[in-house]
Ligand binder design. Structure first.
Ligand code: 48F
Length: 261
């Protein structure tokens, strides 16, 4: 029979607490905080961590992938287009190419391999944490971090103060609602951000526009993925994901450049 090591409950608790707090004490001063573990956030995390930056993703849910898993009406295939295939090939995601420049992949493989790539590169993904505010500083005026709260605490409606995490760059990868940029535009009007909201679908032009408009929205605050549409009033594109991962890569490159200057 298999001999399994006997581990006491208290010992289990102690190890969980010891190493969780070790991580949090380290992450409390991060280089980059990414909000949201969807396609754009996980791609950004991969490239940022690969460049040696201390990168953490806070994800409200207990899963990876954001809108990937639900796909289009819950179907399990995802479409991407060239040149985003360079990223899926780099991450060894398998694909069908029904015509030149169009790639069809399994959503589960897409989610799993994006998460693995980010984690293997050194990024931390912390689940069950909601970001509900930013930290700002004057002279120079900038976003300097985020406020975090357990999602379960938020759901309970209890009055509990958050903890704060400092970062040299905060990335809004929260998808259609651009939650972090919205809160910053409302609570730090000095930043001069407006959030006009996304437009209806126009896939052919939306993909390029998202990537083009990806980047800094205020000092220390960046937009990637569908959050870009919300902030720049761009059309949505539905279940095609090339621009999401190209946007994640682009925001990473911009942050790497900004932090080196
Ligand atoms: O929505 P989501 O997948 O964002 P994305 O990377 O990709 C969009 C596509 O999935 C799809 C599309 C493509 O054509 O239109 O919608 O822009 O992932 C956003 C993630 O952020 C989490 C949320 O649970 C999801 O996993 N999230 C949202 N707000 C917060 C958050 C928050 N305040 N704190 C923590 N996580």
């Amino acid at each position: 029979s298999i001999r399994i090591k006997q581990v006491n409950e208290v010992k289990i608790s102690k190890y969980i607490l010891k190493y969780t707090f070790e991580d949090w004490n380290n992450l409390v001063e991060s280089d980059v905080v990414i909000v949201g573990a969807g396609p754009s956030g996980m791609t950004a995390a991969y490239y940022l961590a690969k460049a040696g930056l201390k990168t953490v993703i806070f994800e409200r849910r207990l899963s990876f992938g954001g809108g990937i898993g639900g796909g289009a009406m819950n179907f399990h295939k995802i479409v991407i287009e060239t040149p985003a295939d360079e990223i899926i090939k780099e991450l060894k995601i398998r694909y069908i190419e029904p015509e030149e420049g169009i790639f069809v992949i399994d959503s589960s493989e897409f989610m799993a391999k994006l998460a693995t790539a980010a984690i293997d590169a050194g990024a931390k993904i912390i689940h069950g944490v909601t970001v509900d505010d930013v930290i700002f500083r004057e002279n120079p005026l900038r976003v300097a971090g985020v406020a975090v709260e357990w999602t379960s605490t938020q759901m309970s409606g209890l009055h509990v103060d958050p903890l704060f995490i400092s970062a040299k760059a905060v990335v809004d990868a929260t998808g259609h609602d651009a939650e972090i940029i919205s809160v910053a535009s409302r609570k730090v009007p000095e930043l001069g951000i407006s959030v006009p909201g996304e437009k209806s679908a126009y896939s052919e032009i939306a993909e390029e526009l998202v990537v083009e408009n990806t980047g800094k929205v205020a000092p220390g605050l960046y937009a990637t993925g569908m959050a870009v549409c919300e902030v720049k009033s761009l059309p949505r594109m539905g279940p095609i994901f090339g621009a999401m991962i190209l946007s994640g890569k682009k925001v990473a490159e911009e942050i790497i450049k900004d932090l080196r200057n």
